[in-house]
Write a protein that binds this ligand. Structure first.
Ligand code: IPE
Ligand code: MG
Length: 217
């Protein structure tokens, strides 16, 4: 979800206004995914690198997380959405963490869209953590499936489609292991302007791709 800051700057507004507008997009895109019967949506909300932003922006983002879960929980329930998080959420401020944990607990029985928030998430950190967990268990002869099982995303399928907004041509430490065969879709649209229509365009483009997973045709 990239481009909130640029969206605000274009309007002469402080960056946090871009994040607020971005939250509106989250609500709309989650609803669209429910309607489209998408099974998993992972949103990269806060990276392990984002802590170096000014305190006021970090606090603002954490506050928005709290507000989102508090305000949306009823609708998430109604829409049968199951909330989860990946990343080291133990480092989030206690208020945001408590709200998030409540949302995760209360929606754990839902069977519709899995809405997965990447929070204090970094893919290299996740991979190192997986290897340390395997080392602690004395595991040797590591298989690909072992690595998958020790990532935060254990049990979730690898993404079919990765959408990056705001035109940046990089992955930025996101799900590096999991996206080995994901289709990449990069749009210049800034996240606050990203709409259901853009999502459907991305899915339509995905459906036109020929996925061979290294095979021939
Ligand atoms: C949202 O966009 C990303 C986060 C919520 C951390 P940015 O804040 O990165 O926006 P730009 O890149 O400055 O436009
Ligand atoms: Mg950015």
């Amino acid at each position: 979800m990239d481009g909130n800051g640029r969206w605000a700057k274009k309007r002469g507004l402080p960056r946090i206004f871009g994040h607020k507008a971005g939250l509106g997009t989250v609500r709309k895109i989650v609803e669209a995914c429910v309607k489209l019967k998408i099974e998993h949506l992972t949103l990269y909300a806060f990276s392990t690198e984002n802590w170096i932003r000014p305190h006021s922006e970090v606090n603002g983002l954490m506050n928005l997380l709290k507000i989102y879960v508090r305000k949306e929980l009823k609708d998430l329930q109604k829409n049968n959405v199951r909330l989860s998080a990946i990343g080291d959420i133990s480092k989030l401020p206690s208020g945001a963490r408590a709200e998030l944990q409540k949302g995760i607990n209360e929606t754990s029985g839902n069977t519709g869209l899995g809405l997965n928030l990447a929070l204090n998430y970094g893919s290299r950190q996740e991979i190192v953590r997986a290897f340390n967990l395997m080392a602690e268990r004395g595991m040797r002869k590591i298989e690909e499936s072992d690595i998958s099982d020790f990532l935060y995303t254990a049990g979730m399928p690898d993404p079919d489609l990765l959408i990056r907004t705001s035109g940046e041509l990089r992955i930025s430490n996101f799900l590096l292991w999991q996206i080995a065969y994901s289709e990449l879709y990069i749009t210049p649209v800034l996240w606050p302007d990203f709409s259901e229509k853009h999502l459907i365009e991305a899915i339509a483009e995905y459906q036109r791709r020929d996925r061979r997973f290294g095979g021939a045709k």
